[in-house]
Design a protein. Structure first.
Length: 355
């Protein structure tokens, strides 16, 4: 007779993650990274008319979302992510003018940021599906994730739809993928996306491919990336200070509709940190993503839940490489919530094992 518990059965061929007193090490490292990010934002702002409040708000949002996810995932591993997904979808569907694709419609006032919420909603719904019992509840939650993906397309964000669809596909295959291999594949995809952004910014690609990508990304966005790298080269250690990119960039493209919504950002989280906080800011961002993958590797949740959350967070990371979606506290809080849910330790048993 198969007496394997539900959580153990969900780790597809992987060794169980550490379940010892050392399990708090990942939390301590994460707290240190968040604190370091906040401190470095203040250090890079010293002696300048900088505005570190945005970075501090993002750090606070991640921390609050992560804490809420850890608590909610421990007490209600199905209800909390399902409720978060329903709330995000409901806001998109019910708020007036949401699907009109206007430039300043709620909830966040920016189409790609709303699409990033849909990516996180897809991940939350699929995580809830894997934590629910097989049958109608699981099917209904997956349909909710599919609805969030379709809403990203309805908002007019092809990148958001592609990321949400990727989360759905990864979630469906998560129970047949070893944890380490799945996390390594997602990390590689994120590195390729960020590396591609850098390659476009420095004109390192072949002329034909570079022209094609520049046309899809819009020339104004690419010029902002060029300017961000130029600024980073002139101030590699501390950058020019948080929130000061709009004051020092001189590309003459701020009237372009694709970049005015960015409120003076270079439309890329890594390049914005490089310009405003120097190399240490970029290193802290990369370390934070690596920490998320490490914490998910050690998570006591099933591999299906872990890989689903990792796919959603990696999709968000890829979006942030080409847009300023991390500038919105709702998005960073949602990312923290999903990471907390996927690293929590439910107090109740999971669904019955499948023979």
């Amino acid at each position: 007779m198969n007496t394997t518990t539900g959580d153990a059965a969900g780790i597809a061929g992987d060794d169980a993650p550490p379940d010892s007193p050392r399990s708090g090490r990942a939390d301590a490292v994460g707290a240190a990274l968040l604190a370091s990010s906040a401190v470095w934002a203040l250090v890079s702002a010293v002696g300048r008319p900088a505005r570190p409040e945005g970075v501090l708000l993002a750090v606070l949002a991640v921390a609050a979302g992560f804490a809420a996810g850890r608590i909610g995932g421990a007490l209600r591993p199905v209800a909390v992510p399902a409720t978060a997904a329903v709330a995000a979808v409901a806001l998109t569907l019910l708020l007036p003018g949401r699907l009109s694709r206007g430039p300043h419609t709620p909830p966040l006032g920016y189409v790609n940021a709303d699409a990033a919420l849909m990516v996180l909603a897809t991940g939350a719904a699929c995580c809830a599906a894997w934590a629910a019992r097989p049958g109608p509840p699981r099917l209904g939650l997956r349909l909710l994730g599919a609805l969030a993906a379709l809403l990203a397309l309805g908002l007019g964000s092809a990148a958001g739809f592609a990321a949400s669809l990727g989360v759905l596909l990864c979630s469906l295959a998560a129970d047949r993928t070893p944890r380490v291999i799945g996390l390594a594949g997602l990390a590689l995809a994120t590195v390729v996306a960020v590396g591609g952004t850098y390659a476009v910014a420095v004109d390192a690609l072949p002329p034909g491919l570079s022209a094609s990508l520049a046309g899809q990304l819009t020339p104004a966005r690419v010029r902002l990336w060029h300017e961000a790298l130029h600024i980073a080269g002139t101030s590699p250690l501390r950058g020019v200070g948080p929130g000061r990119f709009v004051e020092v960039e001189d590309t003459g493209v701020r009237s372009d509709t694709d970049v005015t919504v960015g409120s003076g950002t270079p439309q890329s989280a890594p390049l914005q940190l490089a310009a405003e906080q120097g190399a240490p800011g970029v290193a802290l961002l990369a370390a934070s993503y690596a920490w998320v993958l490490w914490a998910l590797r050690r998570s006591p949740r099933t591999t299906s839940v872990v890989l689903t959350a990792a796919a959603a967070l990696s999709g968000l990371a890829m979006q942030s490489a080409v847009d300023h979606v991390l500038s919105y506290a709702a998005v960073t809080a949602g990312a923290g919530l999903l990471a907390g849910l996927a690293t929590s330790r439910p107090t109740r048993d999971g669904p019955p094992p499948v023979r």
